[in-house]
Design a protein around this ligand. Structure first.
Ligand code: HEM
Length: 154
């Protein structure tokens, strides 16, 4: 008999309109565990997942443009995990809420966004490329900060 020893919790916090919940940045050791290339691979998997997801229509329309978008996003996640400030260097101040304002982001879109991210994280979990504590801190960041991006009720 085998027992799972995973303590990872990928549950999604319910969205409450009008409440700005506190956000803690991911552990920088998540980035040191997987490395910049690991982060770039993660965001590539995520954007390729978004490309075929139910929320694909709010994202760039071609695979090529999604690959590019995924790498800008990787720049951001490397930076937020305490690595080189590629995003600020290439795109300016993150101002994520402002950058998301042109897109129609609903609580429902957030759920698909998070589920797609969870799928992209699975190789890191399965191959134990990072510790459970670091993966959890990365997930907690996504889970909370994604609520800030919601700008439409439905
Ligand atoms: C709530 C769910 C979210 C949805 C539906 C969403 C959707 C989008 C869309 C449509 C874009 C524009 C296309 C693109 O460049 O990728 C975008 C850009 C981006 N998003 Fe999100 N987003 C969400 C949450 C987040 C969160 C929580 C973060 C960071 C933790 C984030 C980081 C980014 C970054 C870095 C960009 C690129 C901005 C740029 O290059 O100017 N997004 N997002």
């Amino acid at each position: 008999m085998t027992f799972s020893t995973s303590t990872l919790d990928f549950s999604i916090l319910p969205y409450t309109e009008g409440v700005t919940i506190p956000v803690t940045k991911p552990n920088p050791t998540f980035l040191s565990d997987i490395g910049e290339e690991g982060m770039r691979d993660l965001l590539d998997r995520f954007y390729m997942g978004l490309f075929t997801s139910p929320i694909k229509d709010i994202f760039p329309p071609s695979e090529k443009s999604m690959k590019i978008a995924g790498q800008y996003s990787a720049d951001f996640f490397i930076q937020i995990c305490g690595g080189t400030a590629y995003f600020s260097q290439n795109r300016g101040a993150p101002q994520m809420r402002k950058r998301h304002a042109p897109f129609h982001i609903t609580p429902h879109a957030r759920l698909h966004w998070l589920v797609t991210f969870e799928e992209a994280l699975q190789p890191i979990v399965e191959q134990k490329l990072s510790t459970q504590a670091n993966i959890q801190s990365f997930w907690n960041y996504l889970n909370t900060f994604s609520q800030w991006m919601i700008n439409n009720r439905d």
